[in-house]
Ligand binder design. Structure first.
Ligand code: ADP
Ligand code: MG
Length: 363
């Protein structure tokens, strides 16, 4: 039997840059998913503490897969893909239990998938190594589930380090830990889960992705990461579509903000992260246009309550907002968000503090 834990994540900064071969700076959360894999007599059985009933299937590859509830594809995906890779996967029972809220932008899916992949790696003696674990986790979401995610979530969940954010280059998938210790600067990372329903998130995500690809092609670069911040005005002048201009401006300035955030954290100047967070939010709101009234309201409330900076985190159209808040203002900042939501007639948000925790580990 093997048992692994993998965390959810918050993206500190770098939104919609991952599929543009750019930079992101996520951190692993204390909350996550624990997965137990054990030998069984026959077939593959999957159980989630957050779902009713057991899912039992006959071992197969991706093309021969049984029809299962959507959630079970996040677990069985790894088994189907390993089968296709020629691994003789024996009968197994897989149990998962997670405290990451689903669909809040904290990557419950990566916590689930990465804990399953790590537990399978040990149970089956696969010895996939860091790159292999990442590759299989990404294929589960991309190929088995069919979610066109960019890979940041799995990187953070697998490689996060306590007390650090993870600076990732999404072109070559390399990562470096960067110290992130807001408490040492008298600050707290506050998270407000707006619980706003994701409106058209999938279609809008795909549209942004397509727009970025079109813009890169029009500019003659492999990806928008190749447009330097210094060349932004030139690039914008070469595009005549106003929408594509906005997309390019967001991605290019966001990449630059991630690099600056890394410099700031390496220099131990956590408070200087604040303006970068707020600038990132303005860029997502005005240029990339992926925010909704709930997240804009939460950001305004946090800033009004003394946050040094605040932004939506995650793919957008709902989800969570983060704020860098002085420790003595944490309660007031949470109250401000709740009050603003009540005044706007929004549902009650969940507010909690977050620290940078370790990535996937035996449980
Ligand atoms: P996010 O990763 O932002 O939370 P996603 O839509 O990417 O949102 O992934 C959420 C999906 O992952 C859920 O709808 C469910 O299918 C699956 N999932 C996550 N956690 C669990 C769990 N503990 N048990 C079963 N399925 C889960
Ligand atoms: Mg996800």
């Amino acid at each position: 039997m093997s048992r692994w834990f993998a965390p959810g994540r918050i993206n500190l900064i770098g939104e919609h840059t991952d599929y543009n071969d750019g930079f992101v700076l996520p951190l692993a959360l204390p909350m996550g998913c624990a997965t137990t894999v054990a030998a069984a007599d026959a077939r593959w059985t999957v159980v989630s503490a957050q779902e009713d009933g057991e899912v039992v299937v006959t071992p197969s590859g991706l093309s021969g897969r049984d029809d299962v509830p959507d959630w079970a594809t996040y677990v069985l995906g790894a088994l189907w893909l390993l089968h296709d890779d020629g691994v003789d996967v024996p009968p197994l029972r897989i149990e998962v239990d997670s405290d990451v809220p689903v669909g809040a932008g904290l990557s419950s899916s990566a916590a689930l998938v990465c804990s399953v992949v790590c537990a399978l790696d040990e149970q089956l003696g696969l010895d996939l190594g860091s790159d292999g674990l990442l590759a299989l986790s990404r294929r589960v979401e991309n190929d088995a589930v069919g979610a066109p995610t960019g890979g940041m979530d799995q990187l953070a969940s697998l490689r996060g380090e306590a007390g650090h954010a993870l600076f990732c280059d999404m072109r070559d998938l390399t990562s470096q830990s960067v110290p992130f210790d807001p408490a040492a600067a008298g600050l707290t990372l506050l998270v407000a889960d707006t619980r706003a329903p994701h409106r058209h998130a999938d279609g809008e995500y795909a549209a942004r992705r397509r727009g970025c690809e079109q813009a890169a092609e029009a500019l003659g670069v492999a990806a928008l990461r190749d447009v330097a911040d210094a060349d932004l005005d030139d690039a914008l002048a070469r595009l005549d579509d106003e929408e594509l201009q906005r997309y390019v401006r967001h991605v290019v300035t966001e990449d630059a903000r991630v690099l600056e955030a890394v410099d700031v954290l390496r220099a131990g100047r956590v408070d200087d992260l604040g303006p970068l967070l707020t600038a990132s939010h303005a860029s997502m709101r005005d240029d990339f246009q992926i925010t909704v009234p709930e997240v804009d309201t939460a950001v305004e409330a946090l800033l009004g309550a003394g946050a040094l900076g605040a932004r939506m985190t995650g793919g957008g159209f709902g989800g969570c907002v983060i704020g860098l808040v002085p420790q003595d203002s944490v309660d007031a900042a949470g109250d401000a968000v709740r009050r603003a939501f009540a005044e706007s007639g929004f549902g009650e948000p969940t507010v909690f503090t977050a620290t940078a925790a370790a990535g996937a580990r035996p449980a």
